[in-house]
Design a protein around this ligand. Structure first.
Ligand code: ATP
Ligand code: MG
Length: 359
C-alpha cells in the first residue's frame, strides 16, 4: 500500500478518534519545540529549547546558527515531549509540523524530521502555517472559542489583521506596510541599548517611563485604512536619541520606551478593533509574540469592552513560538481533510490567505 493511501486511511482514523494523540513540531525561527496534544486542545506536553542565549551576542537571529542548533536539539526535544506526555511514538495518531513562513534552513530541519517520523510510524503528516499556529494558540486558552472571529497577529515577522472565517479559511483585512510590530520593538530596543529579544526588555523599561514626555505619531496610522506602518516610529526614536546625543543631552530612555510602546500598541488596538467591527465579528483575538505585551493586552481589553467585543488573548506560555499551537492548528487542518505527502517542503514565504493577497 502506498504511503498516501495508508496516510489517507490514518488521517480518517484520526478524525474518527476524539482523543487521538498528535505530535506537533516547530522550528521556524529560534525555538526548537515539540508538543503532544490529545483531541486537539488538551496539551499533554510542551518541550522547548530556546536559542536566545545563542543569538543574543549578535543582537538578532543568525540563520545558519539557528539551523545547526535545530539539528542538534530536534531529537532530544521530541523525546522530551513524548516523555513529559507519558506516551510512546507508537501511541501517536498524527504529526504536524510548521512548513512556513520562517527561515528556510530552520524550517527544513523540522519538516525533514517530521517526514522521517511519519514514514517510520506510517502516520499522517500535516504541514502547518506558522501564523495559523499563532492564531490557534487562542483555542488552547479558550476551550469554547471557535471561528468566526477577527484576529490581530502581532509577531516578530508579521502584523496582520485577519478574519478567521473557519478553522482553515483566513482573509487578510489589514497589514503593516513595512516593519512588523515585534521587529520594530526589537530595533528600537537595540537603539536604546537593550538586549535581544528587545520586546520584553522594552516593555519592562517602559514601566517606569512617562509616555506623554515624547509624543510620537505616524500620520499614516491615523487614516481610514486597516494597514499600518511602524518604521517611521522606529526612525523617529532613532532621530530623537541621535539629536539628544548631539546636544549632549541624556534622553530619558524609560519615557522614550513608554512613548514608543504606546504609539505601536495604540495603532494595533485602533486598527484591530475597527477591523473586527467592520467585519461584524463578536470576538477580537490577539496572537503572536507581541501578544505577551501587557500594555497591548490592557489597551485591547479596554477598547473591546467599549466596543462590545469579546477579547481573547493566549495564555502567556502560548504567545511566543511553541509547538502546542502548531499541533492545535495541525489538528484542525486534519479535521478539515488536509494532510501532506513526502513532497512537503519548507516554504519561507508561505501565505496564510492565498498568494494573491501577498501574505
Ligand atoms: N512583552 C513583549 N512586548 C513586545 N514585544 C514582545 C514581547 N514579548 C515578545 N515580543 C516580541 O515578539 C517577537 C517574537 O515573537 P514570535 O516568536 O512569534 O516571532 P517570530 O516567530 O520570530 O515571527 P513570526 O511569528 O512572524 O514568524 C519578537 O519580536 C519579540 O520582541
Ligand atoms: Mg512566531
Amino acid at each position: 500500500m502506498s504511503y498516501l493511501t495508508s496516510a489517507r486511511q490514518a488521517a480518517e482514523a484520526y478524525r474518527q478518534n476524539p482523543s487521538a494523540l498528535l505530535l506537533g513540531i516547530e522550528t521556524s525561527c529560534d525555538e526548537t519545540a515539540a508538543s503532544v496534544l490529545r483531541g486537539g486542545r488538551e496539551v499533554l506536553s510542551m518541550a522547548v529549547h530556546t536559542q536566545i542565549p545563542l543569538h543574543r551576542k549578535y543582537g538578532g537571529v543568525v540563520p545558519e546558527l539557528a539551523s545547526r542548533s535545530h539539528v542538534e536539539r530536534m531529537g532530544e526535544v521530541c523525546a522530551a515531549a513524548l516523555r513529559e506526555a507519558g506516551v510512546r511514538l507508537t501511541d501517536l495518531s498524527a504529526i504536524a509540523v510548521t512548513c512556513g513562513p520562517g527561515l528556510v534552513g530552520a524550517l527544513l530541519v523540522g519538516v525533514s524530521y517530521a517526514k522521517g517520523l511519519a514514514f517510520a510510524q506510517e502516520l499522517p503528516l500535516v504541514g502547518v502555517n506558522h501564523l495559523a499556529g499563532h492564531i490557534a494558540a487562542n483555542y488552547l486558552t479558550y476551550p469554547d472559542l471557535q471561528p468566526p472571529f477577527t484576529c490581530l497577529v502581532a509577531s516578530g515577522g508579521h502584523s496582520h489583521i485577519v478574519a478567521v472565517e473557519s478553522y482553515d479559511r483566513f482573509t487578510l483585512l489589514g497589514r503593516t506596510r513595512d516593519d512588523a510590530a515585534g521587529e520594530a520593538f526589537d530595533k528600537v530596543a537595540r537603539a536604546l541599548g537593550l538586549p535581544y529579544p528587545g520586546g520584553p526588555a522594552l516593555e519592562e523599561l517602559a514601566l517606569t517611563g512617562d509616555a506623554a514626555k515624547y509624543p510620537l505619531h505616524a500620520a499614516f496610522n491615523e487614516g481610514p485604512t486597516l494597514d499600518m506602518s511602524f518604521s517611521g516610529l522606529k526612525t523617529a526614536v532613532v532621530n530623537l536619541l541621535h539629536n539628544a546625543g548631539q546636544k549632549g543631552d541624556l534622553p530619558d530612555k524609560a519615557s522614550v520606551a513608554a512613548a514608543f510602546q504606546h504609539a505601536v500598541c495604540k495603532t494595533l488596538t485602533n486598527k484591530a478593533v475597527q477591523g473586527a467591527l467592520r467585519q461584524g465579528s463578536k470576538t477580537l483575538a490577539l496572537a503572536g509574540g507581541v501578544s505577551a505585551n501587557r500594555y497591548l493586552r490592557a489597551l485591547l481589553e479596554e477598547a473591546c469592552a467599549a466596543a462590545g467585543l469579546r477579547f481573547c488573548c493566549p495564555d502567556f506560555r502560548y504567545c511566543t513560538d511553541n509547538a502546542a499551537m502548531i499541533a492545535c492548528a495541525g489538528h484542525y487542518a486534519l479535521l478539515c481533510g488536509e494532510y501532506s505527502g513526502f513532497d512537503l517542503n519548507a516554504a519561507p514565504n508561505l501565505p496564510l490567505c492565498g498568494a494573491q493577497q501577498g501574505f
